[in-house]
Write a protein that binds this ligand. Structure first.
Ligand SMILES: Nc1ncnc2c1ncn2[C@@H]1O[C@H](COP(=O)(O)OP(=O)(O)OP(=O)(O)O)[C@@H](O)[C@H]1O
Length: 373
């Protein structure tokens, strides 16, 4: 779905605001603290029913307000669509797609896939492996939605096996039942390992190429680090059986794809450990852009790309390359304090949203003008 309009009510700094989005690039500009990221977050919330900034979603309510409402309008091959999200802390979100209530927005076929770059997301490069694993798994879901069921089955088998291990550790059960779960876990584990390997294989070349283009010095590399060396379910089950004594002692499963990592490297060294802040930012941006290319190739459409404040740390040549790349296909929204930092921002095809606290001035000669405050 291409988003054509975003409406926010009582979301962060916005009382009521309605803004258009361009089919290509939309640039959100304004001084520090004006509310640019709030607008980007509102768009993400409208497409996913989640915040991309905080796990404490209460924070998105405008100060002293009880409820927020976010609406996203757009269109795809099948026609026009509307996604509405009503959020009131303590209650289930009220989500409607084309007027029909749905329990989860992430399963809705019409919603756009969204990829977001925020300074907070540097944790993906710097943080623990679990963050990169779950990011990689989200990419797999976006690439091949049908494969999500295998991951869920793996997680369930792991929870069952861990429950048995914990019971044994506390003297409440034997170890006989474990073998059955080993096979189940191994079967789904090998499939999960294969999916991750396949996704990383698709991402590796674009990641290296884009990292170089954005100015990462040295060779950028994405490397999948599976825990297991097994290539079949039987081999993985055998590995699990070999380690069963230490698992019983610990009370949980210490081996398998739930311990995998995705390494981001520069000249063979981990950016997580050795990368500067600037290098880590470039690597994150390269990863998101590589995913966008791969998704465009596999799914026929790139995700909506939201880039918060990426321009300030790039030199003029890199900015031009980045804008050329993101405007080549798909829809994107970029925030900046300075419009001059986005080459081509003045083009007639670009929608410019000038943000001042609580209000947005729309400059979109190619679209119907909307002024909102
Ligand atoms: N729930 C809320 N209700 C009202 N205002 C809020 C809320 N949450 C944050 N703010 C205000 O939003 C402002 C920050 O907005 P935002 O993060 O969008 O700024 P920005 O334009 O992206 O700035 P920068 O360029 O510095 O990153 C702050 O003044 C903050 O007090």
């Amino acid at each position: 779905m291409i988003v054509s309009r975003l409406s926010l009510r009582d979301f962060r700094t916005y009382d009521r605001v309605q803004v258009p989005l361009g089919p290509g690039l939309t640039v959100v500009h304004g001084r520090n603290g004006a509310g640019k990221t709030n607008l980007l977050e509102g768009l993400y919330f409208g497409c996913t029913a989640r915040s991309c900034r905080t796990s404490n979603e209460r924070e998105v309510l405008r100060f002293d307000q009880a409820a927020a409402r976010i609406e996203v309008e757009g269109h795809d091959r099948d026609g026009d669509h509307t996604i509405a999200v009503g959020f009131q802390p303590g209650e289930d979100k009220r989500i409607k797609v084309d007027g029909v209530p749905v329990a989860r927005l992430l399963d809705a076929a019409v919603r756009p896939l969204v990829s977001v770059f925020l300074p907070e997301r540097l944790e993906l490069v710097k943080g623990p492996p679990a963050l990169r694993r779950s990011h990689l798994d989200a990419v797999i879901t976006a690439l091949w939605p049908g494969r999500t069921a295998n991951r869920t089955a793996y997680r369930q088998a792991l929870a069952q096996r861990n429950a048995l291990l914990a019971r044994y550790k506390h003297g409440r059960g034997g170890r006989e039942a474990l073998a059955a779960w080993d096979l189940e876990l191994a079967r789904h584990g090998i499939a999960l390992r294969d999916d991750r390997a396949q996704a990383v294989a698709l991402l590796q070349d674009p990641f290296a190429e884009i990292a170089a283009e954005l100015g990462l010095t040295g060779a950028g590399e994405l490397r999948y680090r599976p825990r297991t060396k097994a290539t079949t379910a039987a081999e993985l089950a055998a590995e699990l059986a070999e380690r069963v004594d230490s698992d019983l002692e610990r009370g949980f499963t210490g081996h398998g794809p739930h311990r995998d990592d995705l390494a981001l490297l520069r000249d063979g060294r981990e950016l997580r450990v050795y990368g500067s802040q600037g290098e880590q930012r470039l690597a994150l941006l390269a990863l998101l852009l590589a995913e966008r290319d791969v998704l465009a190739a596999e799914r026929g459409a790139p995700p909506l790309l939201l880039l918060d404040d990426v321009m300030s740390e790039l030199d003029a040549d890199r900015r031009a390359l980045l804008v050329a790349r993101i405007t080549a296909a798909g829809q994107s929204l970029v925030t900046t304090t300075d419009l001059a930092h986005v080459p081509g921002a003045e083009d007639a095809s670009v929608v410019r949203l000038h943000v001042t606290p609580g209000a947005v001035h729309v400059d979109a000669p190619g679209l119907r003008a909307v002024d909102a405050a």
